[in-house]
Design a protein around this ligand. Structure first.
Ligand code: HEM
Length: 498
């Protein structure tokens, strides 16, 4: 009895060890097999992945260079989180658009949530009730047909823009263009026309843009990787963004509260102007107010810096390419004459102005890595495994640099879009600049209208030229953009003359 007991015990232990060993080997094998099926990417560290290789600046361009070696679908891993970078339009279309059912979610962004963005459309997971209500609100109000209603207001704002540009010193041009963009959005969202430099909307908008500039691309701060850091002071290593949370959060809350509060007050006294918020208030009551606040805040946040950046990119391009400017001005003179200013009815007859808009979006897209999508299940694409839980980035900047589509892609050449033989018949960039699939930008038509009327009005009335320094020498502006979710042009010292 005692003997057999001694015999059985080692037997059980051996079997257990063998069983656990087999389990571990199967898991390791499975891991290796999965790893072998992942899309290619640069070599990374077994523990921290590509953390130390992540570019500290101009990530879209660096990723594009890597894609020349690893292909249009690349895999990177940072602290256990998979990132898929889509470098080609085709790959973005195949996954984000055609397989939109599984590629339309957004990841959780701890830093953005701490800043107060939680209930809003842009960051909401796909398929939630809140997301579908907010998206529907946007789509119905900002649809291609509905945005026609804004044309008159956008034309008036563009007239005001050129008038103030002519009257103001160069240092104020960027602010005036920002005011043009904010002015359009406040009218659409809250029915409010900005008439003073001290308008509360301008203050809120300024603080929001400032915060965006400090946050970096979403999901990439140390707090996103280690949410525990949110409980530390900003001086603690890795927790520096908590300082941005402290300073930025009040303005983001105000952006949610102020527009609805104002429209409700005006509605009470019968003075509310037609607007997105008013329409929604009349449709729904009570418990849906949080949705309205979120959807309205999104229009400001997603629409301002993007449109403004494109406008400043246009100015920079005109400084660097006076020949393009002169040609577009001749086109406007021929079609519009000098007795009136361009209007939306002229749009079809001004192909070069249209091409300048497209080239502005391609040359320096304001959201060069798109907004990340998230996939909640494994998927296979061209024999590669797209693992569950990956962040999917469409490298919009890279798609504009694709030499098989855009010849001499780093140059600003609007004629490329003109049909042959006048141009090269290259495809418009709107299909790419505004993102993909079910999360495509809901403000695309409004943004295109704002940009078109501003570009046409500026070209019709001003000549954009280099600034000169105190010695009278011409300043050639550098082509540089800030890092972060949304890009801004840096150091563009330009001058407009009438
Ligand atoms: C030049 C101007 C603009 C550009 C280049 C732009 C680009 C983009 C891009 C790339 C995305 C991400 C799409 C994706 O996830 O695949 C996006 C999302 C979004 N944009 Fe825009 N945008 C612009 C202007 C606007 C304007 C004026 C508004 C509102 C009035 C707006 C509202 C939104 C919203 C709400 C989303 C989130 C959609 C969602 O998550 O379902 N955008 N935009």
């Amino acid at each position: 009895m005692t003997h057999s007991h001694f015999l059985i015990m080692p037997l059980i232990s051996y079997s257990l060890v063998a069983f656990v060993g087999a389990l571990i080997s199967v898991a390791v094998l499975q891991r290796r097999r999965r790893a072998a099926m992942l899309p290619p990417g640069p070599p990374g560290d077994p523990f921290i992945g590509h953390l130390l290789r992540m570019p500290s600046a101009d990530s879209p361009l660096v990723f594009h260079q890597w894609a020349q070696t690893y292909g249009p679908v690349m895999h990177l891993k940072v602290l256990g989180r998979s990132m898929i970078i889509l470098d080609s339009y085709q790959a973005a279309l195949d996954l984000l658009d055609k397989k939109g059912l599984i590629y339309s979610d957004r990841p959780k962004f701890t830093l953005y949530e701490l800043l107060g963005w939680t209930p809003d459309l842009v960051l909401l997971p796909y398929g939630t009730k809140a997301q579908s209500i907010q998206r529907h609100m946007h789509q119905s109000y900002l649809s291609r047909q509905k945005v026609g209603d804004f044309k008159l207001m956008q034309t008036e704002e563009a007239r005001r823009l050129v008038l103030t540009l002519m009257e103001s010193p160069p240092e104020q041009y960027a602010t005036l263009m920002s005011r043009f963009v904010t002015g359009i959005i406040t009218q659409i969202v809250a029915g409010h026309r900005i008439s003073s430099d001290h308008d509360p909307y301008l203050q809120i908008s300024h603080s929001i843009c400032d915060t965006f500039a400090k946050t970096g691309p979403p999901g990439t701060s140390p707090i996103d990787f280690f949410p525990i850091l949110q409980h530390f002071s900003p001086w603690f290593p890795g927790a520096a963004h908590m300082g941005v949370v402290r300073t930025g959060r009040p303005a983001i809350r105000e952006l949610h509260e102020y527009p609805l509060r104002m429209v409700k007050e005006q509605r009470k006294v019968g003075e509310a102007q037609p607007s997105f918020i008013l329409e929604q208030l009349e449709k729904m009551e009570g418990e849906d107010e949080e949705q309205i606040k979120g959807a309205a805040a999104n229009m400001f946040a997603a629409g301002e810096l993007t449109t403004w950046t494109s406008l400043t990119v246009f100015v920079l391009a005109m400084v660097l390419h006076p020949e393009v400017q002169a040609k577009a001005q001749r086109e406007i003179d021929l079609v519009v004459g000098d007795m009136r200013l361009p209007e939306f009815r002229d749009r079809e007859d001004l192909p070069l102005v249209e091409c300048i808009l497209q080239e502005t979006l391609r040359w320096m897209p304001p959201i060069p890595l798109g907004m990340p999508h998230y996939i909640g299940q494994d998927d296979m694409y061209c024999g590669m495994l797209i693992p569950k839980g990956s962040l999917i980035f469409a490298n919009i900047r890279a798609m504009g640099l694709d030499e098989s589509v855009y010849s001499d892609p780093t140059s600003f050449r609007p004629e490329r879009y003109l049909p042959q033989p006048a141009g090269a018949g290259e495809p418009h960039f709107s299909n790419i600049a505004f993102g993909f699939g079910r999360r495509i930008c809901t403000g695309q038509y409004v943004a295109e209208q704002s940009l078109w009327i501003a570009i046409a009005s500026i070209l019709a009335t001003c000549t954009i030229a280099n600034a000169v320094d105190e010695n009278g020498s011409i300043i050639v502006p550098g082509i540089a953009m800030s890092d972060g979710l949304l890009r801004r042009v840096l150091h563009s010292s330009d001058r407009l003359s009438v």
